[in-house]
Design a protein around this ligand. Structure first.
Ligand code: TXA
Ligand code: MG
Length: 323
C-alpha cells in the first residue's frame, strides 16, 4: 500500500521523494497524475514501469509558472495568448521543444515537440517547490480508466508507489484538452476539459480536428515518431563495417573494434537506465552520421518490451504508417 496524505500536509514529503527520483501520485483538476521529476530520466522510466505501459508515449510536462514553461517550450504569440487565457487549467499545449533543455528524452519520446500544461492547485505548488517540471501521465495502470480519487490511485497503483497526495475528487474528471500550436495553426489532438469553442473564441482562430468525432486515444501516436536518419539493425551479435553500436549490458558484440562509435544504454544491464538513455543515445549516434546503428539484443521483459517496441518502430522502413 502507498501512504496517502492530505494535500496540504503532503507537499514537503512529495517534493523530497520526487527530488530523490521517486514517483508520487498527485491530484490535478482533471485527473490524478503519476508524477516524476521530468529532468530525471530514470525517474521518468519508473512511470512506464509502474503503469506497465508497453509503449513509450510522450508525456505531459507540468509546470509551475511561465518562466519554467519557457525554459522547455517555445511560445509564439498565439501560444502565449492561450497560456494567458487558460493557465493554470485543463489545456495542454504541444509546442516546439527548447533544444538542450534538461527535460529527459523519454518525456518527449525523442520528438521535437513537447506537451506542456500548468495545473491548478497542489500539483503546481509541488512543481514550484521542486523547481522542475513534473512528467505525469494519468495515474492508472495502462489500459485502465483514469483515476479521479486517491482511492482509485490506491486500487490501481498502490503497491507500486510510495506516496499518494490526496486532493479529494478531481474537479473536472476528464483529461486535459491537448492542442498543438504550430506556426499559427491550431490542431486538436485530444478533446478534454477545455472546450474547442472556448479556444476558438479566445483566439479568433479555427481549431482543426484530426479525428472525425472519435476520441484519439493516444495523440502521441499521431505525431510523427522519432526516427533516426541512420538505419537500425536490431539484435546485432556482430558489428559490421561502417556501423555504430548501441550496446546494452557488460558483454560486447563481436567486431566491436570496427564500430564507428559505441554508446551503452546500460553497462550494468539495467532496463531502467537503458530506457532513460534510449532517445539521447540514439540521437547522439545519429548525429555522428553512421549509416547503420547496430543494436545489441535487449531482453524483452518489463521496460525491455517498450524499448524493443520503440527500436523496431525506428528500424521500420520510412514512409507510411509505422505500426
Ligand atoms: O489531464 C491530463 O492531461 C492528465 C493530467 C495528469 O495532467 N494527464 C494525462 O496524461 O492525461 P497522459 O499521458 O495519460 O496523456 C497525455 C497524452 C498522451 O496520449 C501523449 O501521447 C500525448 O499526450 N502527448 C504528449 N506529448 C505529445 C507530443 N509532443 N505530441 C503529441 N502528443 C503528445
Ligand atoms: Mg492516460
Amino acid at each position: 500500500m502507498a501512504r496517502t496524505i492530505q494535500a496540504d500536509e503532503a507537499v514537503d514529503e512529495a517534493v523530497e521523494l520526487l527530488d530523490g527520483g521517486n514517483l508520487v501520485a498527485i491530484p490535478t483538476e482533471t485527473v490524478y497524475g503519476l508524477a516524476a521529476d521530468a529532468t530525471n530520466g530514470e525517474a521518468v522510466a519508473k512511470i512506464f514501469e509502474a503503469k506497465d505501459r508497453p509503449l513509450f508515449n510522450p508525456l505531459i510536462a507540468h509546470v509551475a509558472d511561465m518562466t519554467m514553461a519557457e525554459r522547455i517550450a517555445d511560445f509564439d504569440d498565439l501560444a502565449e495568448k492561450l497560456a494567458g487565457r487558460f493557465w493554470p487549467g485543463a489545456l495542454t499545449l504541444v509546442l516546439p521543444a527548447v533544444e538542450n533543455s534538461r527535460i529527459s528524452g523519454l518525456v518527449t519520446a525523442g520528438l521535437e515537440t513537447i506537451a506542456v500544461r500548468m495545473p491548478v492547485g497542489v500539483a503546481r505548488l509541488i512543481a514550484a517547490k521542486l523547481g522542475r517540471p513534473l512528467a505525469a501521465p494519468s495515474a492508472n495502470p495502462s489500459g485502465k480508466l483514469s483515476a479521479t480519487t486517491a482511492a482509485d490511485v490506491e486500487a490501481g497503483l498502490g503497491d507500486r508507489i510510495p506516496l499518494i497526495v490526496d486532493g479529494g475528487r478531481a474537479r473536472i474528471g476528464v483529461e486535459s484538452t491537448i492542442l498543438k500550436v504550430d506556426e499559427g495553426n491550431l490542431t486538436l489532438l485530444r478533446p478534454g476539459g477545455i472546450s474547442v469553442e472556448d479556444i476558438e473564441v479566445a483566439t479568433g482562430k479555427p481549431v482543426e480536428r484530426v479525428s472525425s468525432g472519435s476520441t484519439v486515444e493516444a495523440p502521441g501516436m499521431l505525431a510523427s515518431h522519432y526516427a533516426p536518419d541512420a538505419g537500425l539493425r536490431l539484435n546485432a551479435v556482430e558489428v559490421l563495417n561502417g556501423e555504430a553500436l548501441l550496446a546494452f549490458g557488460p558483454k560486447r558484440a563481436a567486431g566491436v573494434d570496427r564500430a564507428k562509435a559505441v554508446m551503452n544504454l546500460s553497462p550494468d544491464g539495467s532496463l531502467l537506465e537503458a530506457a532513460a538513455n534510449l532517445f539521447s543515445h540514439l540521437h547522439s549516434l545519429d548525429r555522428l552520421g553512421a549509416r547503420i546503428i547496430a543494436v545489441e539484443p535487449i531482453p524483452d521483459q518489463g521496460l525491455g518490451a517498450a524499448i524493443n517496441d520503440r527500436l523496431s518502430r525506428a528500424a521500420a522502413p520510412r514512409g507510411g504508417m509505422k505500426k
